[in-house]
Design a protein around this ligand. Structure first.
Ligand code: SAH
Length: 385
């Protein structure tokens, strides 16, 4: 590795404190265009080595660390990092295998759905090495198929084209996938993210454990993970809502497949409209798992108003003795912000709310202590009186 990027004197870049990113405006001089996708050393103004990273002069994030040592982002490194990522995870058939900076592979995500791997390349460096990644994954895991879901908007910010492809060149057919106590409909080519919200899979059992005999509302249900687990656990009734027709269709098929069609009512509707229209509806357990209303810091204030609104509506429809399970999946909405919104909604609704359980992203989405952006999913299970 020959290229070096430097921080200016008196830099206050977070990389000096261990953050794995350097923004273009934090560098002494902009990286030359030829460094796109290449390995670069980062040094401070005095020449102290800070790590090896991948560069992208076209991105706001000009450098992303992949090693604290002097290494090249070559096939040997990829092999080491991928093998380490697999080794640090529990041997489950359905799991996140690789999560970007948290696995020293900036821009690479790989989810495992039994013998199917679904990958995303969100940096130029990973995109260029997709062939090597495919080969190494094949060697380590012998998957039947690898799907590249390269249609996430993050690729646009790196100057990469959007598209979906498979290793075999043939489309991957949607299929059933066992997740916890139910089978869900996995469409790896067109579903949200890599097909499922894998990061919530451990929460299904947590919430289902509280569902027996309760009237349940799963407000942002996608493929029905929470709804079906609650029905399976003996909920008195389950109503599941999602604004996406495709999601509701998949959840309906899954209800049928699991023998729970009579136990789950599904509606394709905007949750805000539902709450406005159905003022008399009452529940004993409400799950709120909305999309990230705040995708940027700037959008935070509006997002918090949205979060407060749905919490207020949910609290108004919970009978005393009820349970609220609520999640926020944006790193901009921190634990305190979410708790603040819940407290303020409880105040407006004049309800007494207590935290029963604190929830977080599962361990196969590891949080890096030096990288706040890696912590993005929080939740609470609350009692409502
Ligand atoms: N709980 C789900 C994941 C939910 S992701 C699971 O575990 O699989 C958020 C979902 O909210 C998406 O499916 C999206 O289609 C839906 N959504 C977004 N905005 C919505 C709205 N205003 N009303 C209803 N659903 C909405």
């Amino acid at each position: 590795m020959t290229a070096t990027l430097r921080l200016p004197p008196r830099s206050r870049a977070r990389a000096l404190e261990g953050h794995p990113w350097v923004f273009a405006n934090e560098l002494r001089e902009p990286p030359p265009a030829a460094l796109a996708g290449e390995s670069c050393a980062l040094r401070d103004a005095r020449g102290h080595f800070l790590g090896s990273g991948i560069a992208n002069p076209a991105s706001a994030i000009a450098w992303r660390r992949f090693s604290r040592e002097l290494r090249d982002f070559d096939a040997e490194f990829l092999h080491d990092a991928l093998a380490a990522a697999v080794a640090r995870r529990a041997p489950e058939p359905v799991r996140r295998l690789v999560w970007s900076e948290s696995d020293d592979l900036p821009g690479l995500v790989v989810d495992q759905y039994e013998d199917l791997l679904v990958a995303q390349a969100a940096t130029v460096a990973v995109d260029r090495r997709a062939g090597a990644v495919e080969e190494i994954l094949g060697e380590l895991l012998a998957p039947a198929e690898i799907v590249w879901r390269n249609d996430a908007p993050a690729r646009g910010r790196e100057g990469l084209p959007l598209g979906v492809a498979t290793r075999s060149g043939k489309p991957a057919e949607p299929r059933w996938l066992r997740v916890g106590d139910v089978e869900l409909w996995l469409d790896a080519m067109a579903g949200h993210k890599t097909g499922l919200y894998l990061d919530q899979r451990l929460e299904y059992a947590r919430v289902a454990a509280l569902a027996a005999g309760r009237r349940v509302l799963d407000a942002f249900c996608y493929g029905g993970g929470f709804a079906l687990h609650c029905a399976r656990a003996g909920a008195a009734s389950v109503l599941a809502l999602d604004s996406s027709e495709a999601a509701v269709g998949a959840a309906a098929r899954a209800a049928e497949r699991n023998g729970l069609a009579g136990a789950v009512e599904l509606r394709a509707v905007n949750v805000f409209d539902y709450f406005t229209a159905e003022r008399e509806a009452r529940f004993d357990l409400v799950v709120l798992d909305p999309p990230p209303f705040a995708r940027s810091k700037g959008a935070l204030e509006r997002a918090l108003r949205g979060y407060k609104e749905i919490h207020l509506r949910a609290l108004q429809r919970l009978d005393p003795g009820g349970i609220l399970a609520t999640y926020a999946c944006s790193h901009h909405v921190g634990r305190d912000a979410l708790l603040g919104v819940i407290g303020s909604a409880a105040q407006d609704a004049r309800r007494s709310v207590r935290v029963l359980e604190v929830c977080a992203q599962p361990p196969d989405h590891p949080i890096l202590p030096g990288m706040p952006e890696s912590e993005y999913l929080r939740g609470f299970v609350l009692s409502v009186e």
